[in-house]
Write a protein that binds this ligand. Structure first.
Ligand SMILES: [Zn+2]
Length: 598
């Protein structure tokens, strides 16, 4: 990650020493003291009983409900939608420490102030656009509003505005101020062409401000009038606008209800607004026709049910299928997606104006669940591609079904798959199918075959990440060179981890995790930071000592075997005999020390 080159790891470690995660989080959500820890309703998923825990000692948060976890930086990234650098800037600001940037002398304050200035200027532009709309005499705008039948309340609620066909009115509006001009460029509102001429990015469009989680405008979407192409354009990616992480309408939904039962995802801004006017006020639009995995993650943190309702045209159908495929890795038994297929030529906006709220609600209620939609689509594909050869269904369905983490959902889909093919569900058969189509090994789920010693290493790593103080028990009896030769999976990570723990005195879990961000071991370390190793607190010292002794034993046994083999073939010289004798003695000692049996 090149970001790490800009701000040093040492600085971030130091910053996390200065940070109090409890204070940081309690400034943003309601937390209560619970024993040694602090707890709260999880801000990332819907729940009635608190399962969100903040551990002061570890400088770490964890939700038993949705599994989200991490350090102070992770919290800011997820809760405030900041990127990595922004989170560090925010923390430094709170701790009042200056960031020693390595590569460029851009400083923290400058960036924070810049972001705030961009929010500010976009807010002013939005008011300017709203006035434009109110005072317009443009016939096509009036026709548009008439056709859409949007009322004033809804226009106000979504702060809808108008950019005129003028190409320089924004610069004029800000009195050709040099600093403002720069901000207009940085916020993506004006573009400079090759001839160094400035002009508006949005011209002659109905303007929809896109708001972030806390209601700041971060960008705009513009819809063309007179059916000009492209119909929709968005702000370009800027310091504050990341298209993949924004959902249009989400702020308005959450203002009323933090965790709605369901959220409908549609293609266009006007779909969101019209549906809301018709009291379907749980609708969002992805910016662009393809939903990103970040957007799916955001939605599933807020709601348990996504309903996909794209336009009834070719592009809409394609987008629906893509959304299905992108959503599969996020389908849990409690997190589901349904689909609405609109009649040809209709979009949600046009349809609800024709049929009204009650009938539209019925359509939502009768939306097609994933299990039905998936096979309907696949059977269609088979008809086309494989001339109706039904056995081919396995080939295309199984890889998709395997992506689903929800166990019950997965089993149900497999049962359905077999039923369609006329096979009675048989778990034995499933095993055979799994051999035919082996699932990919997931690094973070540890589906790797267990080898000797691997479980011990896994637990040792988890113990050390979750309680780095244990490093004091690890003395230097372990020779890293010898250990590496053992080739036990995970051993390299363990050695790496012990080095960090030794190097930085009193390091905590949150800091350790940070040191691995962007590193090849991050996924494993991150996974084990919340993994339940089942070792009780009072047994941890014992387990660690035992584990280390067992590793030591492996090493000695290996050397012993080598010498014994040699003794059989070539015989041993005096020196080797002494070595073997010493090994035997040490092994006996270690065996006495090991208290927990494998
Ligand atoms: Zn949660």
């Amino acid at each position: 990650m090149n970001m790490n080159k800009i701000i040093s790891k040492e600085f971030i470690t130091e910053l996390l020493f200065q940070t109090d995660i409890v204070e940081l989080i309690s400034n943003k959500i309601n937390v209560h003291k619970k024993g040694k820890n602090f707890s709260s309703l999880c801000p990332f998923h819907k729940e009635d009983h608190p399962s969100f825990i903040i551990n002061k000692e570890k400088q770490f948060f964890y939700c038993f409900g949705c599994g989200i976890h991490g350090n102070a930086i992770d919290f800011l990234m997820n809760h405030d939608n900041l990127n990595f650098i922004e989170s560090i800037e925010e923390l430094s600001y709170i701790c009042n420490i200056k960031i020693p940037y390595k590569k460029f002398n851009n400083n923290l304050q400058k960036n924070i102030i810049k972001r705030k200035k961009i929010y500010e200027i976009l807010k002013i532009i939005n008011i300017f656009y709203q006035k434009n709309l109110k005072n317009t005499k443009n016939e096509s705008v009036k026709n548009f509003l008439k056709e859409k039948n949007l009322n004033n309340d809804i226009i106000k609620k979504f702060n809808v505005g108008l950019s005129t066909s003028e190409s320089k009115d924004l610069i004029k509006f800000f009195n050709y101020n040099k600093e403002k001009k720069k901000l207009l460029v940085e916020s993506g509102m004006i573009i400079i062409n090759k001839k160094k001429q400035y002009y508006n990015h949005f011209r002659n469009r109905i303007m929809f401000p896109i708001k972030n989680k806390i209601g700041n405008i971060v960008g705009f979407g513009g819809r063309s009038l007179n059916n000009e192409i492209p119909k929709y354009i968005n702000s370009p990616e800027t310091k504050i606008f990341h298209k993949k992480k924004q959902l249009y309408g989400l702020y308005e939904i959450q203002k009323k209800n933090k965790n709605p039962k369901k959220i409908i995802i549609v293609e266009g801004y006007t779909d969101v607004i019209t549906l809301t006017q018709y009291k379907i006020d749980f609708t969002v639009a992805s910016l662009g026709i393809h939903i990103s995995k970040e957007q799916i993650e955001i939605l599933f943190r807020i709601t348990d049910n996504i309903i996909c309702c794209y336009d009834g045209d070719k592009a809409g159908k394609k987008a629906t299928w893509n959304t299905l495929k992108s959503t599969l890795p996020y389908i849990e038994d409690t997190k589901q997606i349904n689909f609405i297929i609109l009649p040809k030529g209709e979009d949600p906006d046009s349809l609800i104006r024709k049929i009204g709220t009650i009938k539209f609600k019925k359509i939502i209620k009768n939306s097609t669940p994933l299990s039905e939609f998936l096979f309907k689509k696949l059977l269609k594909k088979i008809k086309k591609k494989y001339y109706n050869e039904i056995t081919k269904l396995n080939v295309i369905a199984l890889p998709l079904i395997e992506k689903i983490p929800g166990k019950i959902t997965k089993t149900l889909l497999k049962q359905k798959l077999n039923k369609i093919q006329g096979i009675i569900y048989d778990p034995k058969l499933e095993k055979q199918i799994n051999i035919l189509y082996p699932r990919k090994i997931k690094l973070n789920s540890f589906d790797i075959p267990i080898k000797t010693g691997y479980n011990i290493i896994k637990i040792l790593i988890a113990l050390l990440i979750q309680n780095p103080k244990l490093i004091n028990l690890i003395n230097n009896k372990l020779n890293n060179k010898e250990i590496k030769k053992l080739k036990i999976p995970g051993i390299k990570i363990f050695i790496h981890l012990t080095k960090y723990c030794k190097k930085i005195k009193k390091i905590n879990t949150g800091q350790l995790l940070e040191l691995y961000r962007g590193n090849k071991y991050y996924r494993i370390i991150n996974h084990l930071s919340t993994w339940d190793h089942m070792i009780k607190k009072k047994d941890q010292n014992l387990f660690l000592n035992d584990g280390l002794n067992k590793i030591y034993k492996f090493i000695l046994q290996k050397q012993q075997n080598k010498l014994l083999k040699k003794a059989k073939t070539d015989g041993l010289n005096k020196k080797n005999k002494i070595i073997l004798w010493n090994i035997n003695k040490t092994l006996a000692k270690i065996n006495n020390k090991i208290k927990l049996n494998e």
